[in-house]
Design a protein. Structure first.
Length: 78
């Protein structure tokens, strides 16, 4: 499946733009920033595709439903 390659390229493109906008300023907490934005978008998209059914969404994501609930709460998606 090529989707994962496209996602990776999107992240790389976004990071290129982020560093360009820094204009030489030092970057901080890039990992946390990227993971936070990507994870939130992923969870929101999957929840929509699963019609807000947490059990189905957890199955789609390959994670425990309780883990999903914790992440949804973290990103205020409940």
């Amino acid at each position: 499946m090529n989707g994962s390659n496209e996602i990776g390229r999107s992240v790389e493109k976004s990071l290129d733009e982020y560093f360009r906008k820094l204009d030489g300023e030092p970057a901080h907490n890039v990992y946390e920033m990227v993971i936070g934005h990507v994870e939130r978008a992923l969870l929101a998209s999957i929840m929509e595709r699963a019609s807000q059914n947490q059990t189905h969404a957890a199955d789609m994501l390959g994670m425990n439903r309780n883990t999903l609930r914790a992440k949804l709460a973290k990103y205020r998606l409940l």
